[in-house]
Design a binder for this molecule. Structure first.
Ligand SMILES: Nc1ncnc2c1ncn2[C@@H]1O[C@H](COP(=O)(O)OP(=O)(O)O)[C@@H](O)[C@H]1O
Ligand SMILES: [Mg+2]
Length: 208
């Protein structure tokens, strides 16, 4: 079973958007996917309720906010969406159960600085669990060809965290959140989006 967590201390950084896309990509690839939402706002839980029944199924799995309830035994891929402000003991509790952790970050100076302490915490935890967890950053609303994405790479170097992929800003992501249908649920994915997602999806399926 793959266990993937999406986390970032800031609200609005793209955690839920990333989580639903990962869940639907794996579901489209015939994996039995469970999606859990630790956020009291229950964005991904509500998204799942909107999801049309004819699409590749994604199952809900209930997680208590203070302890890790394992996904059902038949699960192939577990995706855990988390709330803003997850840190300290609770972050450690959930991180200890994961194989992969993804942090969506916007390249704005403010957002990067807001993440500094979180990245420090993550890089310490990564050092402790170095053989068991991969932690990667995703530039959200970032064009990979811009100076902003290079600044993000430079910023991440001090924490020894890789920038795995950059996902552009596009209305289709907003639409996905609203409709229960992601970019991966339609017939073909726009080639630009395919190129942007590929390194991230490759990183996720890579065995350690
Ligand atoms: N790449 C993107 N392009 C355009 N809008 C985005 C993108 N990523 C996220 N959004 C929008 O930004 C808002 C916040 O994203 P969300 O995933 O809910 O963040 P979080 O879960 O971190 O609070 C949502 O309205 C979402 O549709
Ligand atoms: Mg969210």
């Amino acid at each position: 079973m793959r266990r993937i967590m999406v986390a970032n201390p800031k609200g609005g950084s793209g955690k839920s958007t990333l989580a639903i896309h990962l869940a639907s990509w794996f579901a489209r690839n015939d994996e039995l996917v469970y999606l859990a939402d630790l956020d009291r706002q229950q964005s991904t839980r509500n998204w799942l309720k909107e999801r049309p029944g004819h699409l590749a199924p994604i199952h809900h799995w209930e997680v208590d906010s203070d302890e890790f309830d394992k996904p059902p035994a038949n699960c192939n891929v577990a995706v855990l969406d988390t709330p803003a402000g997850l840190h300290g003991k609770r972050l450690k509790l959930f991180l200890n159960e994961m194989d992969k952790v993804l942090v969506p970050v916007s390249p704005s100076r403010f957002d990067m600085l807001a993440c500094r302490e979180f990245f420090e915490e993550l890089s310490e935890m990564k050092a402790v669990r170095k053989d068991r967890v991969d932690i990667g950053v995703v530039g959200m609303r970032v064009d990979p060809r811009t100076i902003a994405s290079r600044q993000l790479v430079d910023f991440l170097q001090q924490f020894d965290l890789p920038l795995i992929a950059c996902i552009r800003q596009a209305q289709r992501y907003v639409h996905a959140v609203e409709t229960g249908v992601t970019l991966f649920d339609g017939g073909t994915v726009d080639p630009v989006d395919q190129i942007q997602w590929k390194p991230l999806l490759d990183w996720l399926v890579r065995r350690r």
